[in-house]
Ligand binder design. Structure first.
Ligand code: ATP
Length: 249
């Protein structure tokens, strides 16, 4: 069945004219961006170009002053706490730091939100958590404490925890930047598998090889704007603007 014949909106994330300021610092200067269902988009750009702020706006962690932001057909209503809670259920986010709850076992970390927010019965939440742990290659770690895992394993648990809420879109903000180089690959492999399975992913990353291999589309941000966008081939092999050429040099 084609995507368009379902009752789901075509664009999972639809951003129009988004402006965000921190005081006098206008960090996002009119972002227009549509992310299609099952699309994998990597966002590249220099430090300070607004990449993290954009992701944080998409899941409601940051407010914005102008523009509209629609996730899965629902316009973000910034002043409606219930709507913002719904939004966060629809948008999974993984950060550079893993942020696992240290006082909960791996299994309990994954079960927490489905149990509390979705009121999922314990047995159902546990079954789902075990399935997710298998998906990230950690099925034997259900009863392990986060402190006893490597950074790469902790980040894979964080991915499982985000997926436990069955989000429509997964936001990844430099999720391998805090890892020792030898642990980066195992986390990227999990993301690549999710991409292959059809997860919609928006990822801020400095891993150029990964971005080239896995993305459907690359977005290059510069000074708070989407400066250039295209397929990995267009962006890496035929950059158009001096700013992108300089960034890739
Ligand atoms: N909470 C905040 N308060 C004030 N200024 C902020 C805040 N968060 C971000 N900024 C500013 O917004 C700008 C964009 O930051 P952002 O983190 O979005 O950039 P980035 O492209 O993700 O950079 P990096 O690659 O270094 O993470 C920077 O000038 C930053 O100092």
């Amino acid at each position: 069945m084609s995507e368009l014949s379902t009752d789901k909106p075509f664009a999972v994330v639809d951003i129009q004219g988004l402006h965000k300021r921190f005081g006098d610092n206008e960090v996002l200067k009119g972002i227009d961006l549509q992310i299609k269902r099952q699309e994998v988009v990597c966002i590249l750009g220099k430090s300070g170009s607004g990449k993290s702020t954009l992701l944080r706006c998409i899941n409601g962690l940051e407010s914005f002053e102008e523009g509209t932001l629609t996730v899965d057909g629902q316009a973000i209503k910034q002043h409606d706490p219930a709507a913002m809670r719904d939004l966060r259920q629809n948008v999974g986010m993984i950060f550079q730091s893993f942020n696992l709850f240290p006082h909960l076992t791996v299994g309990r970390n994954i079960m927490l939100a489905p149990s509390l927010v979705k009121k999922m019965p314990k047995e159902v939440a546990e079954r789902a958590a075990r399935t997710l742990l298998k998906r990230v290659g950690l099925e034997e770690k259900f009863d392990t404490w986060p402190d006893n895992l490597s950074g790469g394993q902790q980040q894979r648990v964080a991915i499982a925890r985000a997926l436990a809420m069955t989000p429509e879109v997964l936001l990844c903000d430099e999720i391998t930047s805090a890892l020792d180089p030898e642990l980066v690959g195992e986390v990227l492999q999990v993301i690549e598998a999710l991409a292959t399975e059809g997860m919609t992913i928006i990822m801020v990353t400095h891993e150029m090889n990964f971005a080239r291999k896995v993305s459907d589309r690359i977005v290059f941000m510069h000074q708070g704007k989407v400066h250039e966008t295209g397929t990995p081939e267009e962006i890496f092999d035929n950059p158009q603007t001096p700013e992108l050429k300089q960034f890739l040099a």
